[in-house]
Design a protein around this ligand. Structure first.
Ligand SMILES: Cc1cc2nc3c(=O)[nH]c(=O)nc-3n(C[C@H](O)[C@H](O)[C@H](O)COP(=O)(O)OP(=O)(O)OC[C@H]3O[C@@H](n4cnc5c(N)ncnc54)[C@H](O)[C@@H]3O)c2cc1C
Length: 476
């Protein structure tokens, strides 16, 4: 058994979690993080696990939501990211949202204090040297160009980079609360929420139509070198949605359902812009779903036409950024190891998962796999029925190659979702309480999700060797 360190490149969501898991297993880790020596287009601090856009880990519902289930599995596996997230929660209805600075500071402090982790603030400019026998590359969507080039050369990839966009943040005290009001959709309270966690700005039909037109006509940032690269459907810029049809936004981020204007309860808003608390102090709010590549001046002009935001001041405007990911199903084995270079693993968004939580989850798995290998123990893969397993299988296999569209990459980044889970076994009881009747429609869909998450948590506990009745618990 060797106690040579595992080298982890990138101290983001995935790298920090991987370092924590490996160190907790008793293996020394050297974590190479390039900030503040070299920055990225989106990171603003030198903290580990910085959240570069939204402050939300999305739904915390472990019964009926796939990312909520992933939260629960990560808590069972003593995730550092979930422990820091839980400790720095801000109200967000049914979602788990965090104070971004408090969250990253907590992760940084825990990693710095771990006796088996050494942090080296330096850029790794090429593929790791041969003497690093165990490596995890977790350099994320903004992987520094020299390393990205080295990876492209090693993997023979023709393209590694794609478009993505971020949403603006507004100072709370510049929002007109005589026009806007606090309310969560359907007054949903959720864990840590109050039912009044979002700020809502109402629009009538004329205002909405003019707004959509302004988005379409507004000046956009040109990024010629990236022309032709695709967007992720889950993070479309607001103006791209507007171009898809006048109703698209009203059925997407600007949907008015489940909301009643507190200032004018008898008149239903035609469309609503929602803002979500972004820091613990409640001084900043981000515009939900308003990622954009409009020019900064155009964003200020157009977003100030939103009722309630006429005098808004922006703490950050939206922008375009690069995303970098490898063709994992072809390149990686089942334990995230590069087939052409055993001992070199990838983790986080660069593997082609999407989102903070998913990236951290893949970091968690990579850290455990690398530690097991270093300790001479067998690598135990999570069952496909768990959220861990479903996500891992999406990354390392299980996608369909399209022969119809040669040149088009069939593997696309994806959030965890129920479509990635194997179907329930025939005969699974959807109502364990003995109910004999048949579920239909929405009730059936909810019951199936519950059966899927119940199965997942039981299988996850077995995989982690936890007692069947163990309580969900974050890292101490
Ligand atoms: C602008 C932007 C907005 C996003 N918005 C959201 C969102 O709202 N919600 C969401 O869930 N996800 C969002 N994402 C995706 C989000 O980045 C990922 O989900 C998550 O941060 C990825 O985690 P990671 O650990 O893989 O990468 P990161 O968290 O980016 O960490 C990678 C780390 O590697 C370091 N690094 C890079 N290259 C090198 C090198 N050569 N040597 C040493 N260190 C290096 C970087 O400095 C960074 O600290 C966004 C991404 C971007 C870029």
């Amino acid at each position: 058994m060797s106690k040579d360190p595992i080298h982890i490149v990138g101290g983001g969501l995935a790298g920090s979690e991987a370092a924590w898991q490996a160190a907790q297993a008793g293996v020394p880790v050297i974590l190479h993080e390039m900030r503040p020596v070299r920055g990225t287009d989106a990171h603003k601090t030198q903290d580990l696990a910085e959240l570069v856009c939204s402050n939300s880990f999305r739904s915390d519902d472990a019964e009926a939501n796939a990312v909520g289930l992933l939260h629960a599995e990560m808590r069972l596996a003593n995730s550092l990211i979930m422990a820091a997230g839980d400790a720095n929660q801000v109200p967000a209805g049914g979602a788990l949202a965090v104070d971004r600075d408090g969250f990253s500071a907590a992760v940084t402090a825990r990693v710095e204090a771990h006796p088996l982790i050494t942090i080296q603030r330096e850029e790794v400019t090429g593929l790791p040297p041969a003497e690093w026998s165990q490596v995890i590359v977790a350099t994320g969507p903004l992987t520094a160009p020299s390393l990205a080039e080295a990876i492209a050369t090693e993997t023979g990839a023709d393209a590694l980079a794609f478009f993505d966009a971020i949403a603006p943040i507004v100072h709370f005290d510049t929002i007109d609360m005589n026009v806007a009001w606090f309310q969560s959709r359907y007054d949903k309270v959720g864990p840590g929420g109050t039912g009044k966690d979002y700020i809502n700005c109402p629009m009538d039909k004329a205002q909405y139509d003019a707004f959509v037109q302004a988005l379409i006509e507004g000046g956009k940032t040109e990024f010629k070198q990236w022309e032709g690269t695709p967007y992720f459907d889950g993070c479309l810029p607001i103006e791209v949605m507007a171009e898809r049809g006048v109703e698209t936004l009203r059925h997407g981020p600007m949907k008015p359902i489940g909301l009643t204007n507190a200032h004018n309860p008898t008149v239903k808003a035609y469309a609503v812009v929602q803002l979500r608390q972004d820091n613990a102090l409640g001084t900043l709010y981000n515009m939900v779903g308003f990622q954009t590549k409009l020019k900064h001046g155009e964003q200020v002009r157009i977003f100030k036409t939103i009722p309630g935001l006429e005098n808004a001041e922006f703490a950050r405007l939206g922008g375009l950024h690069r995303n970098t990911y490898i063709n994992s199903p072809t390149l990686l084995d089942g334990s995230l190891q590069l087939k052409s270079r055993p001992g070199l693993r990838f983790a986080g968004q660069i593997t082609g998962c999407e989102g903070y939580v998913e990236s951290a989850a893949i970091g968690l798995l990579a850290g455990r796999f690398a530690a097991a290998e270093r300790l001479g123990a067998p690598i135990s893969l999570p069952p496909a029925t768990t959220a861990f397993g479903a996500l891992l299988n999406h990354i390392t296999g299980g996608h369909i190659t399209s022969d119809d569209e040669p040149g088009k990459r069939s593997f696309q980044p994806m959030n965890v979702n129920f479509g990635l889970f194997p179907p329930l076994e025939a005969g699974t009881k959807l109502r364990p309480d003995g109910f004999e009747g048949r579920f239909r429609g929405k009730d059936k869909s909810i019951a199936k999700k519950k059966a899927t998450t119940t199965r997942a948590l039981a299988d996850c506990r077995a995989w982690l060797d936890l007692p069947a009745q163990a309580q969900t618990q974050a890292a101490e």
